[in-house]
Structures are given as structure tokens and as C-alpha cells.
Design a protein around this ligand. Sequence first.
Ligand code: FA5
Length: 333
Amino acid sequence: MPLLNLKNQALALISQTVSGQELAQLRIAFLGRKGQLNQVFKKLDKVNYGRQFNETKQAIESALTERQTQLTGTTAEWFDLTAPGQLPPLGHLHPISQAIAEIQRIFEHLGFTRVRYPEVDWDHYVFEALNMPADHPARDEWETIFIDAPAHPKLGQMVLTTHTSNGQVREMERVKKPPIRMLNLGKCYRRQQDPTHTIMFHQFEGLVVDKGISIPHLKGTLDYFGRQWFGPKIKSRIRPFHFQFTEPSFEVDFTCTACNGRGCRFCKSGWVEVGGAGMVHPKVLSAGGIDPKKYSGFAFGWGVERVLRLKPGLNIDDIRLLYSTNQEFLNQF
Ligand code: FA5
């Protein structure tokens, strides 16, 4: 009976407390070494009341803990000064910006100089000087977006650049005398939209003009880029094609990194195309003021999104994701 009375008394007092301090005092008063529980227990027969003693102690302890939670909302008031702080979320460069920096680094190793030419350029640099005179059917392929502005008397209408090849004649005019080793990397625009095409995309254009430049120089550059970008096992091939501004012209393929060239759902044939290339057409050299009898050159133009989607381990099915605000996708880079 004395233990039961003590328990009831303690629980009643605990339920009336209004602060943590009062609770702490009650804890000492009832459960402390010289507290009431021990005092009462001293006078009792230890063998018969042992179990009841433990039950009383536990009941008072849990009443104290429960009241503590009610009063403060936490079981313990403490603040860990050593806990690491919460970092604010950090952003990073967009995957295309990262790709551009890496492509630039690779070509700088070969002595190429990065240049930038206008995104909105005259018809002359985008078509005319590249051996595509007005009304030439080859112009149809470029899905061009025209600017609604008065035409220049000599340079023609303004267009959003459909390819970075507009930099070829601009670079010849800037450098005037070869050697030229240009990397023109910039935005291009075409009226296209599907999983592998976007209205705005990026191309990187190489142009090398000097004495004695031939196709093996092009193939060597291509292979160097392939090994640096995709890895040492990559293979490349050039296939005959047609561009108005190169002769001969090629399309450039690399082995698919998803299946190592065996052929899969992603590539079908084991090869994936990254862009065009060829030996600079004599008419283009002449348009840039360079004598085609003395000099020759190669050029290539490949898609940044295209080479990025093929990077080992990425295999991006839909490049439109790159220009979405899908954080789950973008945060992976
Ligand atoms: C050209 O644009 C030529 N100017 C390339 C060239 C340069 C040939 C120098 C010879 C000498 P093409 O239209 O095939 O070629 O485009 C080249 C690459 O740009 C494509 O293979 C693809 O990788 C990329 N590309 C083209 N259109 C789009 C698009 N709408 N979205 C994303 N990438 C594109």
C-alpha cells in the first residue's frame, strides 16, 4: 500500500507541473538516492516488495518523460554544436556547357583556336560563299529560319545560322594567309524537332587550311577526337556523301558505345553518325581569298548534343531532355 500511495501522489504532482524545472525537482524528490521511493522501500520487506518497487519506479519515470514531451515537444532539450551545417543546394554547369569546355580542350591540344562567329548571319556566309548560290536546291536541306529584316545589298538576307560552316569564310577573311586551324563552336538553328533534333542545337566546326593538307589529316583528327571523347577502343569511319562546300565530302561515324559496334536498339547498325566533313571546295577557298592552287584544307561540322548523347554510359534517347527543366535528368551531370 505505501508504494501505491507514493505512486499516486507522484503521478498527481507530475501531471500538475508547468515547467521542465519543476519536473526535474520532482524527479529528485521521488527517484533521487535519498528520494521518497527509496525512503519508503527501506522500511519494507525487500523480498515481497521488490517487484512492486520496480513497477512504481518505472511508472514514475514514464510519467516524467511523458510530461516532459507535453511541456517541451521534445524528450530532451539539447543542441548538437558539432553537427555539420546544412549546405545550400549547389548548382553546376549545364551538361552542354561541360561538353563544350571538353571539346575545346581536346582541339586545343591539336593547336586549334576557338573562335565565335555570329549566330545571326548573312546569307552570304551561311550559303552563298559555301557554293550554294541563290535558288540552289541544296539550300532546301537546311530548314532555315529567316530574319524579317531588310537584306544587305551584297551579303543578302539575314538568317539564324543553320550550321557553324558560316565560320569558314569568315575565318579565312580574318586570318587572310594560311595556316588556319579553327574551331568554331556555337549555336545553330533549324526548323526541326524530334528525339534526335532540336530547333536550337550546337555544332563544332573544324577548319584546317595549309599547304599539302589531305584526307589522312582529317582522319587523324577525327580519330584523335574519338579516342579522347569516347575512349581508346572507339573506331571511326568516313562514308562518301555530298556537301556543296566540300569535295570530296563524307559523313563521319563512330562505333556505338552502347554495344561496342555489335548493333543494338540504340544504333541499329553498330555505327552512329556524328556529322559531316570533307576537303574544302576550291570555290570556298577562293570566296575566302585563298588561292586553291597553293593551299588545300579539310573541314568538319559535328553536333555537340549528338556526341554527348553517345558518350559511354549516357546513351541519351531524347536530346530534348537537355533543354527541359527536368531536374532529375540535369542533376545527374
Ligand atoms: C552540316 O551541318 C555541315 N555544315 C557539316 C559539315 C561541315 C560538312 C564542314 C562538311 C564540312 P549536317 O546537316 O549533317 O551537316 O549536320 C551536322 C551535324 O549537326 C549532324 O550530324 C548532327 O550531329 C547535328 N545536327 C544537325 N541538325 C541538328 C538538330 N536539329 N538538332 C541537333 N543536332 C543537329
